[in-house]
Design a protein around this ligand. Structure first.
Ligand SMILES: Cc1cc2nc3c(=O)[nH]c(=O)nc-3n(C[C@H](O)[C@H](O)[C@H](O)COP(=O)(O)OP(=O)(O)OC[C@H]3O[C@@H](n4cnc5c(N)ncnc54)[C@H](O)[C@@H]3O)c2cc1C
Length: 378
């Protein structure tokens, strides 16, 4: 695995300062930060961010984007997540669907979607998981049948984050029968989430909040021009697309705000040994994983395909996020009162309830370790 040490250039540090200034202006003093990518869905905020050129950063200018580097995008994302900013509206389209459309979309699809994504006005969900098919994506049963001018799609998608808020989702489905090769015959179709035959039902989180859904597709018509990439190449496309969602700051910053708020609460008092150890240990871990994630962004800019490195960072990052919750809770128990309704208490409670999902979303720890192990064995 290749993790070269790297630091930010002066121009990159300048970008960081600009984002911090923007956030100081845009997030009011009474703003309630959230946990990482679950922080909130705020179309107005996404549009303002886009107006600064910080959405669609990886998309070339001819499609309304900004042709910036992966490291520049890393810096902006890191600052947004660290502030708990409400990036939910544009996040998936910016991180994942935009690059997928750029690589596999038709010219017409690029012209249609990429400028809208870069403007923070077109939002996507991901339609991969199904009730009996999560990690084993090749076993999806949602199927599309060819009809005049398009496809009729039937099936059920599950855990579809933001489907109740977003405009479209890219659905992985079977377009021809599985005849021996389970990876063949899969395709990706772009489905309008408001189309007739689409039924979206909430699946509440443990804390009662609504982030993801079950999406039932009953004879949903998808025109030919909404096939993403080649018919039959869905498996290759989806596995390469997953690399975009694995190694970024969203995989280690989910609990950063809890940490920061604990530091604020402890600022006026001497720390005991447990608190000192926890503060130091967490700072060191945040920084180490952040450096690994940054070096993956450098590899992407060098036109490498760091799938194995990305899997490794996501594994380390999300396991750390979960570990940090227990440590913060133990350190806080000594001096703080999580029951008294402070911001720290609210964020800690949210982290305890949603933390189990950190190592599942985007590919479970076991599956990522298998990706990394297969890569190492080559
Ligand atoms: C917060 C959240 C948001 C999500 N958002 C979306 C979304 O927007 N769109 C979407 O499509 N999906 C989404 N998912 C789904 C997520 O990516 C899947 O949950 C994940 O792929 C696991 O699938 P599963 O739940 O069916 O578990 P399973 O695949 O049934 O796995 C169950 C357990 O078995 C283990 N396991 C499975 N296969 C292997 C193997 N080969 N070797 C070793 N162990 C194995 C797993 O690691 C896991 O511990 C989301 C999930 C969460 C938690």
């Amino acid at each position: 695995m290749e993790f070269a040490p790297t630091t930010l250039t002066a121009a990159e540090e300048e970008l960081r300062s600009e984002v911090r200034e923007f956030l100081a202006e845009e997030l009011p003093p009474d703003f309630r930060p959230g946990l990482g990518m679950a922080a909130g869905h705020n179309p107005g905020f996404s549009r303002k961010l886009a107006a600064r050129g910080w959405v669609g950063m990886a998309i070339p200018p001819q499609y309304g984007g900004h042709g910036r580097t992966a490291v520049d995008r890393f810096i902006v994302t890191e600052e947004l997540l660290a502030a708990g900013a409400p990036l939910g509206a544009h996040f998936v389209a910016d991180r994942q669907t935009g690059p997928a459309l750029l690589h596999y979309g038709t010219e017409e699809q690029r012209q249609r979607f990429l400028p809208a994504i870069s403007a923070g006005e077109c939002w996507f969900s991901l339609g991969m998981s199904e009730p009996d098919s999560g990690s084993d994506l090749a076993s999806v049963r949602t199927a599309a049948t060819k009809v005049d001018g398009g496809w009729l799609i039937n099936g059920t998608k599950i855990w579809t984050s933001g489907a109740h808020l977003n405009h479209y989702f890219a659905v992985l489905c079977r377009t021809s029968p599985n005849e021996g090769d389970r990876h063949a015959g899969l395709s990706q179709l772009i489905v309008d989430l408001s189309a007739p035959g689409v039924k979206i039902s909430p699946i509440p989180y443990l804390d009662g909040s609504h982030h993801f859904n079950e999406v039932l597709l009953q004879d949903v018509f998808v025109p030919d021009d909404m096939v993403l990439g080649e018919v039959g190449s869905g498996w290759r496309q989806v596995t390469s697309e997953l690399a975009y969602e694995r190694s970024g700051p969203d995989r280690y910053l989910s609990t950063f705000n809890v940490y920061r708020e604990m530091l604020r609460e402890l600022a006026d008092q001497p720390l005991d040994d447990t608190q000192t150890r926890t503060v130091g240990y967490l700072a060191a871990r945040f920084w180490t994983i952040r450096q690994l994630s940054l070096s993956v962004a450098r590899l992407i800019d060098a036109r490498r395909a760091p799938a194995m490195e990305a899997a490794f960072v996501k594994d380390m990052g999300t396991v750390f996020e979960q570990e940090s919750i227990g440590l913060l809770r133990a350190a806080a128990d000594r001096e703080l009162d999580p029951g008294r309704g402070s911001l720290f208490a609210r964020l800690l409670a949210e982290a305890i309830l949603t933390g189990p999902s950190f190592t599942l979303r985007g590919g479970t720890t076991e599956v990522l370790r298998s990706v990394a192990a297969k890569g190492l064995g080559r």
